[in-house]
Write a protein that binds this ligand. Structure first.
Ligand code: ADP
Length: 304
């Protein structure tokens, strides 16, 4: 029964007239990597601030490792680690001073908990005398993660940790999260990058303060119930226009070089599309049926 690290029921939060979180309920399993995925303004930070006891919910209950988020907030602060989206480091302090500061706040030392952060911190340790403000994005991210881990939290909250970080550092960061998971830490991570969904055990797709879908990334993509065509021609802009005007068009979305298309009629054949595009004078026409990705699912859910 107590397989859950976090239990959220009927939580809402408003800022004046803005309803940032609308009656959200879900659970996070112990040692799960749980992703909160949604665009800017979806309510991800607000929910994470509530979960980290920095904001009070307007309604609802949250239980975190069998503690109540409101009554037991002091105890909760000792068992959670939090990496906020912005301003988590003291820019004028050095790498080592930042880490020491967070260790002291929690009554511990770098030495005492070095084992947990070793893999991450050792990569920035050569720069331990450099001011945090002078670090690259990827290095700041590693320092912020080390600071969030220095007191051995049971649950780790990461608010958009990979925003503004280069692709290589993003990849490395997710590998670090997998290692932390193996050490028994539960991780709730928010991201605006849909491609990071597949790196989570389960994800909640969130939009306008509401959860639109919650499941494993694989189950979410398997639920996409239309035939999805990926289409490319020489003239992408014209292709977009022509597909929007195609007689039984259901959805048309640009994905890099390709346009993803669904049709209202399931009987449509690849050759029907090719013939139509030839008529419209397109050249180098490529049409294939593909499996939906998380972003396709998100777009489809938003239309409902
Ligand atoms: P996300 O983290 O997904 O970008 P946020 O939780 O920051 O979303 O924001 C959710 C909504 O609440 C947005 O409409 C945002 O403008 C609003 N909001 C967030 N913080 C505040 C605040 N301090 N005061 C007023 N409105 C806020």
């Amino acid at each position: 029964m107590e397989n859950y690290s976090i239990k959220i029921s009927n939580v809402s939060k408003s800022y004046g007239d803005v309803s940032a979180i609308k009656n959200i309920s879900f659970n996070v399993k112990k040692t799960e990597i749980f992703g909160l995925i949604g665009p800017d303004g979806a309510g991800k930070s607000t929910l994470i601030r509530i979960l980290t006891t920095l904001l009070l919910p307007k309604t609802g209950n949250i239980n975190l490792e069998n503690l109540d988020i409101v009554k037991d907030f002091k105890k909760i602060r000792h068992i959670i680690g939090y990496m906020p989206g912005k301003f988590s480091l003291y820019q004028d302090l050095t790498v080592e001073e930042n880490l020491n500061f967070f260790a002291t706040v929690f009554g511990t030392t770098i030495k005492e908990n070095y084992e947990l952060i070793k893999d991450i911190y050792s990569q920035i340790e050569p720069f331990k005398n450099r001011k945090a403000g002078d670090l690259s994005g990827g290095m700041k991210q590693k320092l912020a993660l080390s600071c969030a881990l220095i007191h051995k939290p049971k649950v780790l909250f990461l608010d958009e940790p990979t925003t503004g970080v280069d692709a290589v550092s993003r990849k490395e960061f997710w590998e670090m999260l997998k290692k932390l998971q193996k050490k028994g830490i539960t991780i709730l991570v928010s991201t605006p990058y849909m491609d990071e969904a597949s790196l989570c055990d389960r994800v909640a797709l969130i939009q306008n303060g509401e959860i639109m879908s919650i499941d494993t990334p694989e189950n979410i993509t398997n639920q996409f119930n239309k035939t999805l065509y990926s289409i490319k021609t020489e003239n992408k802009y014209q292709l977009l226009q022509d597909l929007k005007n195609y007689k039984n068009q259901n959805s048309v979305n640009a994905f890099g070089q390709f346009i993803h298309y669904t049709d209202k009629l399931e009987k449509l054949k690849i050759d029907d599309i090719k013939d139509y595009l030839k008529e419209k004078k397109h050249t180098n026409i490529e049409v294939k049926i593909i499996k939906a990705n998380i972003e396709d699912c998100f777009i489809e859910l938003m239309r409902e």
